[in-house]
Design a protein around this ligand. Sequence first.
Ligand SMILES: [Zn+2]
Length: 320
Amino acid sequence: MISAKRALAAALAALLAASLLSGCAGGKQSAQSSGSSIQIVEETSGQGQGLPEAQQEAAVASAFITQDDIPVYEGRTYVPVNGGVPGFTEDDLTTEPFEIYGELDSLGRCTAAYANICEELMPTQERGSIRDVKPSGWHSVRYDDVIPNGYLFSRSHLIAFQLAGENANPKNLITGTYYMNAVAMLPFEEVVGDYVRETGNHVLYRVTPVFEGDDLLARGIQMEAMSVEDKGRDICFNIFVFNIQPGISLDYATGESFAGGATAARQPQVTYYLNHSSRVFHMPSCEGAAKMKQANRLEFTGGRADAVFLGYDPCPYCHP
Ligand SMILES: [Zn+2]
């Protein structure tokens, strides 16, 4: 799988060198095929929608991360990949529900999870125990001074339980830091979940853990999402989220850890109301938020930059 992805990435890099990257929605898009996966390339010029230029520059230049271009952690929780544009094609945009969990590799590591998130896939039952699953690199260790619930690692769902209802599936659980699981991934999972619950629409959603060499602990995960019915107008992102924990150093080869080391400037987590019709986000106390139609409202908790990254503009009245 890795080698296929690398070949694809090389092909895409060549392709993209001659093409201007697309934003997620708007503009004429055409699918360029390369083997089984395809890259959406925009034929008209234009900037990545909703992405500040600095974020586009930070992007990995192809839709898929390979071992050779794993982003380096520099204090941001995540970085955009491919200008924030996911590697789905127009042909992939289906309203047929599906969920695919890749086989574990020879080292027992998860490969990828891909689903068409929709109401049919969402859980109808309470979450059960996942404690019997031991993902690659797993260690049950506590740092009570550093981490809110004490535990450095969680069994981190690739596709969140709230989105597809998969629980103790070992093909969908990796060893993830508290920070990656509860801080970095969650706002993106929630915005997808809220969108599907509010609209009844579908969202193509793929999460791929990225390992270097024979490491047992993932360096991070790539998250891609694209809403189907509106061709990515409301939900469209492609990001790499770092599997790091501020205040803790990690040995990715084994999953061993010790106190000290990398620290992250954590963004304050704030609750906003996103209006997915007007593409504006508000403080919950804003009059504009109160007037918003329920069906257009997504409640989102995360960093301000995350809301901007998702393509929303701050309301000029409440200045979120
Ligand atoms: Zn407002």
